[in-house]
Every structure is written in structure tokens, then in C-alpha cells.
Design a protein around this ligand. Structure first.
Ligand SMILES: O=C(O)CCC(=O)C(=O)O
Ligand SMILES: [Fe+2]
Length: 199
């Protein structure tokens, strides 16, 4: 039948809300808080250098060098809980990952602004596997041309796989939610081809 809404674009994603059981997810979150070397990074804005509104870490193979804001980021070695999640994410996504960006949202005022993960070293149609633990937060997609939006609640133990043209056609963010209580950790597993990096 003719459907008025057939034209509304949808991001190319796979969504597994109950990917990790709640107890196992809580154990993993505790391990990640302990074993990961969390750091406070800064970004350059017209108003000066400001702290990112979250803690971050970058792990992976030594050659998975990632350049952003002109900074060459050499990954930290894999730690045990991260490596365990990487193996499971590879299996679920049917793709290989040589690095991961970890984000730690300390509360509802921590956030990540609109962006697409489309650095050259990720290639044109990257598969990105995003694991969420802890406090559920909204994850919004916005279509770059139509501004259509799509919102998911990234719950404890969930896996979101983004692929195909998602990074070309959509931006995404984790908005501030002053009412959200508690910490959240997110891991986005990627394949970085350092030879494609801008130099
Ligand atoms: O915390 C999230 O769910 C988003 C993470 C993200 O978009 C990224 O690391 O590029
Ligand atoms: Fe992202």
C-alpha cells in the first residue's frame, strides 16, 4: 500500500537493546572505571580552550593512530574488559575493530555535540559498534539534508551498530539532560586505517 511516510529517511543501524545482561553490564562498568586511564581533554573554540564535557580514553592497536584537531592520538593498549567487549562487538557486528573511543559521562550535564564520525582514516562507510553501560541517555540522529530526527534511548547493556551511509547522511549527539542521574560509559569500536589519515 502507498505509505505517506515511506520517504522519511532512516539511518542504517542495528539496535540490540538487551545485548549484555544487567548484572554482567554492571560488573563490566566497574572494571572499566578501574582499569581505563580516563583523561580530561580540551577542545579549541572561538572563545578559547575549554574542557570537553566528559572524560575520554582511546585504546587500540599501536598502528591505529587517529588524527583529530591536528593532534596525533596514539592509542593506549587494550585493557581486559575493553578487549572482552571488543571481541563480543566484532562477533555481533560482523566486522573487525582495531580501536575504541571511550566516553565517560559523569552526570546529566556531560554530553557530546552534533558530529559525524567521518574522519578520512575511518573510510567512507565505516561500521561503528557503540556499547552503552550505566545511566540511559538519549542519542539523537539528525539527517543532514532534511533535518529529520530519530531518537534512541541508549540503555544499560545495549549495542548500537551504525554502518553504510549513516555517517555521510546523518549527524548524531548525546544532549545534556539535567534530569539524568548517574554515570554512563560508552565505547565506540572502530577500524582506523592510519595510512588514510590527512598529514
Ligand atoms: O556516547 C555516545 O553514545 C556517543 C559516542 C559517539 O558518538 C562517539 O564516540 O563518536
Ligand atoms: Fe560519534
Amino acid at each position: 500500500m502507498f505509505d505517506l511516510f515511506d520517504d522519511i529517511p532512516k539511518p542504517d543501524i542495528a539496535w540490540h537493546p538487551d545485548w549484555i545482561a544487567a548484572d554482567a553490564g554492571s560488573d563490566l562498568m566497574g572494571a572499566l572505571i578501574e582499569e581505563v586511564r580516563w583523561q580530561q581533554d580540551f577542545m579549541n573554540t572561538p572563545g578559547g580552550r575549554v574542557p570537553l564535557p566528559r572524560l575520554t580514553a582511546w585504546q587500540g592497536e599501536p598502528d591505529a593512530v587517529y588524527v583529530y584537531s591536528g593532534i596525533r592520538n596514539v592509542p593506549q593498549p587494550w585493557t581486559p574488559a575493553v578487549a572482552q567487549l571488543r571481541d563480543a562487538a566484532q562477533e555481533a557486528a560482523g566486522a573487525r575493530f582495531n580501536s575504541v573511543l571511550l566516553n565517560r559521562y559523569r552526570g546529566g550535564l556531560d554530553s557530546m555535540g552534533w558530529h559525524a564520525d567521518k574522519e578520512r582514516e575511518l573510510g567512507p562507510e565505516p561500521v561503528i559498534a557503540s556499547v552503552s553501560l550505566g545511566a540511559a541517555r538519549s542519542f539523537e540522529f539528525r539527517h543532514v539534508r532534511t533535518h529529520a530526527t530519530h531518537t534512541l534511548s541508549l540503555t544499560h547493556g545495549s549495542l548500537l551498530v551504525m554502518r553504510g551511509r549513516t555517517q555521510l547522511e546523518w549527524v548524531h549527539r548525546v544532549p545534556k539532560e539535567p534530569g539524568a542521574r548517574g554515570e554512563r560509559i560508552n565505547l565506540t569500536f572502530r577500524w582506523v586505517d592510519a595510512s588514510k589519515a590527512r598529514r
